[in-house]
Design a protein around this ligand. Sequence first.
Ligand SMILES: Cc1ncc(COP(=O)(O)O)c(C=O)c1O
Length: 466
Amino acid sequence: MPQAPPQPSSVSSVSAPRAALLKRAARDAMDYLEGVEARPVAPRPEAVAALAALRGPLPPGPTNPEAVLHLLNEFASPATVANGGGRYFGFVNGGCVPAAMAAAWLVSAWDQNAAFRVQSPTAIALEETALEWVRQLLGLPEGCGGAVVTGATMANFSALAAARHALLERSGWDVEADGLFGAPPITVVVGDEVHSSLVKALGLLGLGRNRIVSVPVDGQGRMRADALPHLDDRTVLCLQAGNVSTGAFDPAAAICPAARQAGAWIHVDGAFGLWAAASPRYRHLIHGFELADSWATDGHKWPNIGYDCGIALVRDPATLRGAMSIQAAYLHQGEQREPSHYNPELSRRARGVELWAGLRSLGRSGMAEIVERTSSHARRFAAGLRAAGFEVLNEVVINQVLVTFGASAKTLQTVARLQAEGTCWCGSTVWQGHTAMRISVSSWVTTEDDVDQSLAAMIKAARESN
Ligand SMILES: Cc1ncc(COP(=O)(O)O)c(C=O)c1O
């Protein structure tokens, strides 16, 4: 006979075992973090194989929560990727600053639904404050509307939904009510090196992954201002602040004034690059992007807020509300901003709290320091690799480095050796026809010593490959 689930009879019968469990989890988490630098960055194949212990059918009855936690420590933890350490350089993955991590623990304890103010005044107050801090850090116009979402993919989606709303409204078409069948066409213009998540968002919005007009780019992936097509008030022009491989920025200052004049909606995918605005040293790179109508960025990349956290901002909040608002007799409409009228979700985690906590702890100078330190580490990588005789393919403008170790097969073998060896982790890509290894220095934890250890491992892996 399956056991009946335990029925909590009173608060005290729940709270003592729960407190013990949470204290144990906190201790386990701290032990994990203290040991993270000593782990191989990619988990060992044996650890990944041992995950089989966590599969299998759902047990017919309850399992003691302590035993559940034990299973996680025993089998799940060894198979994690150590991106909480200082030598994970894959994708564009940031770390998590302590205040944001601690806030995430509290957010789980609070278990707020951040859909409406009445469900969580705390979550909404902190989210709104955090959105305003993001706007200020990025140097964007006052009065922007915004949404805290799961990542830049959803931030691109949300901002482009606002663009779709605004452009079709100009033609007297209510896209939320009537859909896209029979709607006046919208042209979407992107650079040849547009991020795939933006193209995915266009597909989700019914604007079509293949209907885009693509603008040629230069060797760094920057849109060529001299190659722009005709723009008008039915055009969405998507610019990029920080290419995922090279870190390069589209020449916004050369493009935006005329695009605005033509009535185009300018959207900026600045998943990580927009944060260059936080540093007086790098701010010049985002000159002109403030002229756009919408921006997408991530908290979980450069600001190190932890997963998951993306941010959409729009110049005119009414456009985002037009795209996202939700009506039902039991839902609040009210005068004040309610997240659910600006976000794709209804029920949602209070991830604005973590954003607030992370930014509050960093302050302006802390955010600038992350941008400057990680970019300086990227230059150190590039210099070390060049000195060892390898070709760096990009101009290292921020925190991204692209390096080739020779022929394509040798580069791929080097990356595979490096990943298996475990000192650090980097991925590969093909950049404009050249197979390359990507180094993204995005974590607040990374030190010069991490860079030097990783450089030595890279050079060794390359010398052993052919
Ligand atoms: C330029 C750019 N845009 C969008 C994204 C997608 O971000 P996310 O994974 O947070 O959805 C990335 C991810 O690296 C990116 O670099």
